[in-house]
Design a protein around this ligand. Structure first.
Ligand code: C2E
Ligand code: CA
Ligand code: CA
Length: 315
């Protein structure tokens, strides 16, 4: 066991090796336990792991990828795309989500599923996120200066960031630096970050006092903690795509109906993610869901492309 620190304190990480090969020396067994432990280092949700034979290869691959990602960060190869959120009552774009992309010199545009897990396990994600947040604020400032229509942009905040830096202070400084009203920058905090984390209550309060909106991301993707909805005041609940995909199934629809009613009774807005079909759209309309986000309406777009689309739509 070892402890790893963030600004909120130290967390233990446990690695186990169950002896299945008695020919190994004590130090080799110890190394295997350490390997297992490395897979959960910096992971705030999972704190222990058992050694398995594929861990060694996985860790070696991760180390190669991490070195590549680090070089990419130094060369400023990370950009972000924007995906619009559409209000179901007005049909208008009411928000945008920033989604990071790696402009890889050989692989082209790489989606975050490839590099975020390894960056989260090593803590490098915070450096990346801070770069994305800064780029987003720069764009908002450019829009204000050029008289472009300004729509709030939500940014993704990894649970790692919450432990690694003082996020509230960071965002307050960012909006001050770029001269932005804080309601233009919204924060998406994933559901898993709210589990086991009493600090999130204080965090929400501090963000609200500073005028930021907080969205609960991926709701329904894991072990949804319904009691948390009562105790934590999120401004918006983002229904995970896995829930939206229930549409068409009788029980699934009942579940969506109840979750939406519950969240709305707490005064929270609902955004449905991953909406792809007209059937899903119709169902969500009837449910009085506030906004939708998904390929049905628009894929995530490069910033320039989004600006062009908006110009054409206004002409
Ligand atoms: P997320 O925050 O839940 O973002 C939604 C994901 O669903 C995005 O994938 C988006 O492209 C995709 N999506 C949107 N509409 C549809 C649809 O109709 N159908 C399908 N099948 N997919 C749809 P993406 O861009 O690959 O991002 C994946 C995840 O990576 C994000 O999930 C988020 O958790 C993480 N991520 C993205 N950008 C950032 C970032 O800047 N910082 C951090 N920490 N995480 C990020
Ligand atoms: Ca998100
Ligand atoms: Ca999500």
């Amino acid at each position: 066991v070892r402890a790893y620190g963030g600004h909120t304190g130290f967390l233990p990480a446990f690695g186990f090796y169950v002896i299945d090969d008695i020919s190994l020396s004590a130090s080799q067994m110890y190394d295997r336990a350490i390997l297992a432990q490395e897979t959960v280092k910096g992971n705030y949700a999972v704190r222990c792991a058992y050694y398995s034979s594929d861990m060694k290869t996985r860790l070696e691959n991760n180390h190669v990828l991490l070195a590549e990602v680090q070089a990419g960060l130094e060369r400023d190869e990370f950009i972000y795309y924007l995906q619009p959120k559409c209000n179901l009552n007005t049909g208008k774009i009411v928000g945008l989500e920033s989604l990071v992309r790696w402009k890889h010199p050989e692989k082209g545009i790489v989606a975050p599923g490839y590099f975020i897990p390894v960056m989260e396990s090593n803590g490098l994600i915070t450096e990346l996120d801070m770069k994305v947040w800064e780029q987003v604020c720069q764009t908002l400032q450019d829009w204000i200066k050029s008289g472009h229509k300004v729509i709030p942009i939500s940014v993704n905040v990894s649970s790692v960031d919450i432990y690694a830096i003082d996020v509230v202070e960071h965002f307050k400084n960012l909006v001050r630096k770029y001269g932005l009203p804080s309601e233009y920058v919204e924060l998406e905090i994933t559901e898993s970050a709210t589990i086991d984390n009493n600090e999130i209550f204080n965090l929400l309060e501090q963000f609200h006092t500073a005028g930021f909106k907080i969205l609960l991301d991926d709701f329904g993707s894991g072990y949804s903690y319904l009691a948390a909805l009562n105790r934590m005041h999120f401004d918006t609940i983002k229904l995970d795509k896995s829930l939206v995909d229930y549409i068409g199934d009788d029980n699934g629809e009942k579940l969506l109906n109840s979750i939406t009613k519950l969240a709305q009774s707490f005064g929270m807005e609902i955004t449905a993610e991953g909406v792809e079909t007209v059937e899903q759209l119709m169902f969500l309309c009837n449910l009085d869901c506030d906004d939708i986000q998904g390929y049905y309406f628009s894929r995530p777009l490069p910033v320039k492309e989004y600006e062009e689309c908006l110009k054409e739509a206004c002409m």
